[in-house]
Design a binder for this molecule. Structure first.
Ligand code: EPZ
Length: 423
């Protein structure tokens, strides 16, 4: 398994490109199953999760081009051979459940392996199943698979009411509703930019959708969807991650194509912590206002609140802030696994359930640490950029799921970082 070696090395300066959003692409790709016409995605990120979703769609008989130099994914599900998504692929990535809604809506039937949990939590899919039932489907759970069956005339429009704003369940319901007969209303829908991006793509395919980006989405079902070409929205989590690089190390970095509207709550916290963010025509220019980062309290919430996917990175920054910060993780039940690794680097963090209290220290010390999940891995790299000495982050396969060419992007800013293969 590869590891990454980082050496604390002073200020970072320059421009950093931001890729297309992993979490938008992972729902845009299954949307191809809704139509027999081709769907082409541009600005698709080159990540292992995208390769996994490609393998899953190909296992169903869809054609998916390999990401060529132009970051283009050309897809067609004209010749699907099965509606069964096998466990050996689904178990690698939870987002695989997002083929359920499209398959059920277009073919009236789907068999999808239950995804299983992951490091950050049990991550059940009960809300996905309830959404399909609200559209008339029968869901039968047996031998580790969801066996879903639509009514004889296909899915019917209905009311989908979520107890909390689940991103994936909203995406599954939205895709299924585009072909359901009649009107579907999704209440307490997730409002993330990736949901709006999916709705934009579905509208290009002929779907009738209103209210995406708000808590209530209304969909008027249509008989069929056509093909489209769609550009994947900028990855706001990669954006927020790299905005922190100059916050950790000093210097001035512009994240190309960044927009404050993708990350308002995050930018407000950066401002309170003493980090300036300026939107220019190139992107978001970020620098420390003066001297040391200031402690701030953070609570993760569904969009437009502070994103849970930036909690680990923010915790790493606050380890060397002036003062004490309290972080509350409200979305996942076990998303503080980066804390003990940061403590190995000299951080002072006290975790009690879903609350972490971080007492800022002057500077962290490099140490061998282990990545445990995607966002934890990048938080350790950021910490290593500013720590004294060398930090070696192992199990970086987690990193490759969501960050493209980290070492190249950070080296271009002046970071001392290299990948050690095969350790
Ligand atoms: C999406 O996961 C993202 N993944 C996650 O990003 C992100 O952290 C999460 O949304 C929250 O923003 C993708 O888009 C591929 P949820 P998802 O459904 O859809 C519980 C990353 O780092 N829940 O909003 O799985 C669930 O257990 C990843 O890129 C149920 O109880 O998130 C969690 O505690 C990590 N029942 C909470 O809701 C359900 O049926 C939020 O989950 C579904 C979810």
């Amino acid at each position: 398994m590869d590891s990454i070696l980082v050496t604390g090395n002073g200020p970072l300066n320059g421009d950093i490109p931001i890729a297309g959003a992993k979490n938008a692409c992972l729902t845009l790709m299954p949307a191809t199953l809704l139509s027999e016409d081709p769907l082409t995605l541009t600005n698709a990120p080159r990540l292992s999760d995208i390769k996994t979703m490609t393998a899953l769609l190909q296992s169903l008989g869809a054609e998916v081009s390999s990401l060529n130099a132009g970051n283009v994914l050309a897809m067609s599900s004209h010749g699907l051979t099965t509606q069964r998504a096998e466990y050996d692929i689904v178990r690698k990535m939870r987002a695989s459940i997002l083929v359920l809604g499209p398959l059920l809506a277009r073919f009236g039937y789907a068999e999808v392996s239950l995804p299983g949990g992951c490091a950050i939590g049990a991550r059940p899919v009960d809300l996905h199943l309830k959404a399909m039932e609200a559209m008339g489907a029968e869901m039968d759970l047996r031998d580790g698979y969801v066996h879903a069956k639509a009514p004889a005339g296909g899915l019917k429009g209905g009311i989908v009411e979520f107890p909390f704003a689940s991103v994936g369940a909203t995406e599954n319901a939205l895709m299924a509703a585009t072909l359901a007969k009649g009107t579907t209303e999704i209440r307490n829908a997730a409002r993330e930019p990736e949901i709006v991006d999916l709705a934009d793509c579905l509208r290009k395919m002929g779907a009738q959708i209103e209210g995406d980006g708000t808590s209530t989405i209304t969909i008027q079902g249509v008989d069929r969807l056509g093909g489209a070409t769609h550009r994947v929205v900028t990855d706001r989590i990669e954006l927020g991650t790299y905005m922190l690089a100059p916050a950790f190390c000093g210097g001035e970095v512009t994240c190309l194509g960044g927009k404050i509207s993708l990350l308002e709550a995050f930018c407000e916290k950066l401002d309170a912590a003493g980090i300036s963010v300026e939107e220019t025509d190139k992107g978001l220019k970020v620098a420390r206002k003066n001297g040391r980062v200031q402690a701030v309290d953070v609570t993760t919430e569904p969009f437009p609140g502070f994103p849970t996917d930036l909690q680990a990175q923010m915790m790493a920054l606050l380890c060397t802030a002036e003062g004490t910060s309290v972080l509350e993780e409200k979305i996942f039940e076990n998303r503080f696994m980066h804390a003990p690794e940061l403590v190995r680097m000299g951080a002072q963090i006290d975790v009690q359930g879903g609350t972490a209290t971080v007492h800022g220290v002057e500077r962290l010390k490099g140490a061998p640490v282990m990545a445990t999940d995607l966002r934890a891995s990048v938080s350790l790299i950021l910490a290593g950029l500013a720590a004294e000495g060398e930090t070696r982050v192992s199990r970086v396969y987690h990193l490759d799921r969501g960050y493209e060419h980290v070492e190249e992007k950070l080296s271009a800013l002046g970071a001392k970082i290299e990948r050690i293969s095969g350790e």
